[in-house]
Design a protein around this ligand. Sequence first.
Ligand code: HPA
Ligand code: ZN
Length: 335
Amino acid sequence: MSLIKLIETLPKTELHLHIEGSLEPSMMWELASKHGVTLPYDSVEAIEAAYQFDDLQSFLDLYYQGADVLRDEDDFYLLMMAYLQRCRIDNVVHAEIMFDPQTHTSRGVGFDVFMPGFNRAITEAKQQWGMSVYLIMSFLRHLPEKDAIDTLNQAREYYPMIKAVGLDSSELGNPPENFVKVFAASRALGFKCVAHAGEEGPPEYIWQALDLLHVDRIDHGVRSSEDAVLMQRLKDEGMPLTVCPQSNIKLCVFDHMKDHNILELLDDDVCVTVNADDPSYFGGYLNDNYRALMTHLAMNEAQLVRLVKNSFVASFLPADEKNRWLREIDKLVGM
Ligand code: HPA
Ligand code: ZN
């Protein structure tokens, strides 16, 4: 089977995807019109044209502004459903999806609005095509830890729907060490923990996420390669990194895809995975990211298969389900 066909055919998971970052310009336009929200754009094309970023913050400014069109339960249902249908096309059989409650609660849109909307879409996807979904509730690190603790408390009724907590938004100047209490409380409640670290921030932030927040995965983590001791630690622990290649190019973490270090990390035995992050803002869903590695980094079949297997190994699925998918991949690769 050709590499391009294998990318499409292999079952995959996606572990680093912000649902608010899957809001397509066309949906943003329709929801703005539905709710009478005035956008600073005069067409869908103008929204697309605005998606040129210098760094993480220049993206986040548009991402939070875009999320303002999400107002009622149906909006969150439509948003989640559109992404899950896209998963079906890309053969993503399991997704661990981040959502940012504070982006919505700060606008007066509560858990009782977005959680039922998400739940309806996830339930339909499970019933209709057997999709498996976990939710990751992410705290915004540019806000005080107190706000994150309030958010954890507000979510109480919805804990059964949530698998893990995360940490996202503006990284530089907002280190993991500021969120020790809320992560300890989350772990005590039984949640898995992830945190964005080492996207723009230094390796020190990755150490903090490991040692102070006790995370189960690092989101991004591409700056690990600057610290040989950290690299050894990641390998010794099998600590996964959820890498987002096209995101890193759009936000200028690397100048060009040919400069990206994901395959070096993989060949060095770090458990790296491929993810889309915010696909509608960064110009590609999951398979587009895999195809970019093929085109610009000459990814070979063995590397593809390892990346895809890592996506299951690094997931929060139970061991028997992971093993079932790993065997299925071996079978498909052997054909
Ligand atoms: N980094 C930090 N915060 C985010 C991102 C990201 O890539 N996407 C959405 N929120
Ligand atoms: Zn992210």
